[in-house]
Design a protein around this ligand. Structure first.
Ligand SMILES: [Zn+2]
Length: 106
């Protein structure tokens, strides 16, 4: 997914990267289930191990925006906006940067 994003060539091992970091989902059960179970096609992104666990590059704001743009090619912007803005956060204001607009502003 991050092939061509930066100077690193992708490694061959593919991880399922949490588009919204596991840390943010850890204490938010409803949001975690929504991401992992209801909409894995958006929130569980195949990213090589180097960009994911190896360097954590996939967690950066720039990478998140890049991934979003790639996902738009597949699913369309309307669908992604609906799904991303539909995350059932308990305290939405704490996650304002994880709205569709916030990610696009990256
Ligand atoms: Zn990669």
């Amino acid at each position: 997914m991050l092939s061509g994003f930066d100077k690193y060539e992708c490694s061959r091992n593919i991880d399922l990267h949490h588009f919204i970091s596991r840390g943010k989902l850890m204490s938010a059960d409803a949001a975690r289930k929504y991401c992992e179970v209801t909409h894995p096609e958006v929130f569980m992104v195949p990213v090589c191990n180097l960009h994911n666990a190896g360097t954590k590059i996939a967690d950066s704001r720039k990478a998140r925006k890049y991934i979003l743009l790639r996902l738009i090619d597949t699913f369309g912007a309307d669908y992604l906006k609906e799904v991303i803005d539909g995350v059932p956060w308990k305290v939405p204001s704490a996650h304002f940067d994880l709205t569709y607009e916030g990610i696009m502003a990256g």
